[in-house]
Design a protein around this ligand. Structure first.
Ligand code: HGY
Ligand code: MN
Ligand code: MN
Length: 409
């Protein structure tokens, strides 16, 4: 029998503020890159909260942390999870909302002295953002077996520090084996990070799936030369090639249309001097689409364009895939359950795909998985101005609570 419980969004908001104080940056945002000192402090705080709430805490070999509340019957838990690492210019809700909402639900169950039939787990996964170590969703991908542990531990950042070394340094190189736990179901509450819900005046997003993601790094090698004396026809300009790729990314997204998006987020030139033609460029191209064949079309167009451009400009271009995930559909029964429950709770809702990657997408192939979105003010995220109103957080927490209580029955 599902108990009539209402979790406390005030307490959840207090925890969000407390966590946001770790790695806080001007403008109200956070910088907690994976496996940095800020990430360690955040991990310590959330793990302490898990322990205080009576959860059995486990840390696995890639540093994922799972707190489990036993159920009446043995067997796999219903898992609520997300992440607490951030991009360098992050907001305070991205990832943390999902983890802390799970803790709030646990505290509500503890206060009601209610034991769910099936176990309930709350998890945060290592390096969801992928900005220091690629790919993103690293910890959840290893947890669910779609990325090898050894390969992940060997991944290095720009300063040649490896995931394995950094996990040891911050004290989160756990002992628990990875890729051994398949939850009974997986749920993630997350801010939408886009403009759709707010524009429609909708409170709850029923997430149908996650679009495909393709990250590639290009390293361009040309010839540095004098900016004043080198005739244009004799140049091998890495800076020009980087700019041309950036323009082509926008161009192909406009031409393909539909859900296609393209972003050049990183451009580094060397020697980066006003009067020297650049001989090196490092840029990253992030391509996404809700359909796999269109994403492959975008990738093929970008590859052909760069090959032609390199030949004309007389430069070398080395490419390296940083992340590649196919689009994912969430379990229709879970999507329907979230929608029915949201309607019963009386919140305006709509279905939509996720433009952002999430840990939930790593669970979708293995167990019934779903996501609940709440609106992002102005559609802003990965930006210190990220904001979601308390009343919307309250609604998201309420829907999460009611859905989890049904799944743990
Ligand atoms: O890149 C993403 O979509 C996610 O924020 N890691
Ligand atoms: Mn996120
Ligand atoms: Mn993010």
């Amino acid at each position: 029998m599902k108990p009539n419980l209402r979790a406390s969004s005030d307490r959840l908001l207090r925890r969000i503020e407390q966590l946001a104080a770790i790695g806080s940056i001007d403008g109200g945002g956070v910088c907690r890159l994976a496996l940095t000192e800020e990430d360690r402090l955040a991990r310590d705080l959330v793990t302490r909260w898990m322990t205080e709430l009576g959860l059995v805490v486990s840390i696995d070999e890639i540093g994922n942390v799972v707190g489990t509340r036993l159920g009446v019957v043995d067997g796999p838990p219903v898992m609520i999870g997300s992440h607490i690492d951030s991009v360098a210019t992050g907001g305070r809700y991205d990832g943390t909302l999902g983890v802390l909402a799970g803790l709030e639900l646990v505290e509500t169950l503890n206060e009601a002295n209610f034991q769910t039939q099936h176990a309930l787990a709350v998890a945060f996964f290592t390096n969801e953002e992928g900005v220091r170590f690629a790919p993103d969703m690293m910890g959840s991908a290893v947890h669910q077996g779609s990325l090898g542990l050894i390969e992940a531990l060997a991944t290095k950042d720009e300063n040649d520090a490896s995931v394995g070394e950094e996990l040891k340094r911050i004290g989160y190189a756990g002992d628990d084996a990875v890729a051994t736990v398949t939850p009974r179901a997986f749920l993630e509450l997350h801010v939408e990070q886009g403009p759709i819900l707010e524009k429609a005046g909708t409170t709850i997003g029923i997430v149908t799936g996650v679009q495909g993601i393709s990250w590639t790094e290009y390293r361009v090698t040309g010839t540095s030369n004098h900016a004043g004396t080198t005739p244009m026809r004799l140049r091998h300009d890495a800076g020009f090639v980087a700019a041309a790729i950036t323009t082509e990314a926008r161009h192909l997204a406009d031409q393909l249309g539909g859900d296609q998006v393209a972003t050049v987020g990183v451009t580094e030139l060397r020697p980066n001097l006003v009067n020297v033609i650049a001989n090196h460029a490092r840029i990253t191209v992030d391509l996404r689409n809700t359909t796999e064949d269109r994403l492959q079309q975008a990738e093929a167009r970008m590859t052909q364009y760069i090959a032609k451009l390199a030949a004309i400009e007389g430069v070398e271009v080395a490419s390296r895939s940083l992340a590649r995930f196919c689009p994912v559909e969430f379990d229709p029964d879970v999507v329907n359950l979230i929608e029915t429950t949201t309607n019963e709770c009386g919140y305006a809702c709509q279905r939509l795909p996720s433009g952002a990657g999430h840990d939930a997408q790593m669970f979708a192939p293995n167990c019934p998985t779903g996501m609940i979105f709440v609106p992002s003010q102005g559609g802003i995220s990965h930006n210190v101005k990220e904001f979601t109103a308390a009343v919307e957080i309250d609604a998201g927490l309420d829907v999460l609570t009611q859905v989890v209580l049904q799944l743990t029955e």
